[in-house]
Design a protein around this ligand. Structure first.
Ligand SMILES: [Ca+2]
Length: 325
């Protein structure tokens, strides 16, 4: 028997059938060749259906295949329904649930009074204030929302400020590397007629001193030397992602944002917008502490130790410093 017949019989015939002749094999080959043609048609139709459905399937597929790290922040997207609660009973301070506002009621020494206030600190009210914190909705100012329908905003009208938001996050394994990121946008306007519809332009931008930080010890004092700050960046009239990464030194860490409009003559609008914040563990810490090694503790010589306690549990010490009015 020719070797070619042996090979063909293996392919087209079960072992218990008779040997096929060349003519029979040829006829069966023709029949087999017809099948791929029909199969290709079916395959093309199936591919077309899949391609048409792909845009609708992509999000769920992407989520199933590569889920991102868990965002540990509460209301990181600032989508909680408004009105947001008043912080400490102050109607002008409303921040997303889970967040707290921090601010200085009085100008610190390193801020120079602008020319319109003279040289006396007595008149600091002419250039300094606690900002107003509110939610911002896309229906009114879509350019001020990074995603969803809402963002956080705060502003000081005609005056400078130093302020931001913070959020403490517990349940962190000490030694973990954590990353805080948030989108920030600033708007500084002197002549409203030159700043466009909905304030899309900053006609006279000065320094805003935008930055983000993490206190790896979980304190709530933005002026603590423990806070690890990323370098300042500008974000006038556009969303810019700010991020900082450090190693947790306790089972709680605190994320901070910071802004300080800084100008020699008054700008009318000094706005900051925040959206889409996240805190993720990018590298878990050791599961257990090495034997014989004490847990990492906050430095005993903390210069502002009395301020690095929980806002409410610390009594009025922290509040008095920040609210001299
Ligand atoms: Ca949002």
């Amino acid at each position: 028997m020719p070797l070619s017949n042996l090979l063909r019989i293996d392919v087209f015939n079960p072992p218990n059938l008779e040997w096929a002749s060349d003519a029979q094999i040829f006829a069966r080959s023709i029949a087999v060749l017809k099948f791929p043609f029909d199969f290709r048609v079916v395959l093309v139709v199936v591919l077309c259906v899949v391609m048409a459905a792909l845009p609708f399937m992509t999000p769920s597929l992407a989520y199933a295949e590569a889920p991102g790290p868990t965002n540990l922040l509460v209301d990181g997207d600032f989508e909680a329904p408004a009105p947001w609660p008043w912080q400490d009973g102050i109607g002008e301070v409303q921040v997303g649930p889970g967040w707290r506002a921090w601010y200085l009621d009085a100008a610190p020494d390193y801020v120079k009074p602008p020319v319109n206030c003279g040289d006396s600190k007595v008149g600091y009210h002419c250039y300094w204030m606690r900002p107003e914190f509110r939610d911002n909705v896309a229906a009114s100012f879509a350019n001020r929302v990074h995603s969803g329908v809402r963002s956080q905003k705060y502003f000081s009208f005609g005056r400078m400020h130093e302020a931001g938001l913070y959020q403490r996050v517990g349940g962190i394994q000490p030694g973990s590397t954590v990353r805080f990121s948030i989108y920030i946008q600033a708007w500084m306007c002197h002549d409203i007629d030159k700043c466009g519809m909905n304030g899309i332009r900053s006609d006279a931008p000065s320094d805003m001193h935008l930055r983000v930080g993490i206190d790896p010890y979980g304190g709530d004092n933005p002026f603590s030397p423990n806070v690890v700050w990323a370098p300042e960046k500008e974000a006038f009239d556009q969303w810019v992602e700010f991020a900082v990464e450090t190693e947790a030194r306790a089972d709680t860490v605190t994320v901070f944002t910071h802004s300080r409009p800084d100008w020699p003559w008054a700008r009318v609008e000094n706005d900051v917008y925040l959206d889409d914040a996240s805190l993720v563990v990018v590298q878990p810490g050791p599961a257990t502490k090495p034997s014989g090694q004490a847990a990492i503790a906050k430095p005993a010589s903390h210069p502002q130790r009395s301020l690095a306690c929980a806002w409410r549990s610390c009594g009025d010490a922290w509040a008095k410093l920040f609210r001299r009015n």
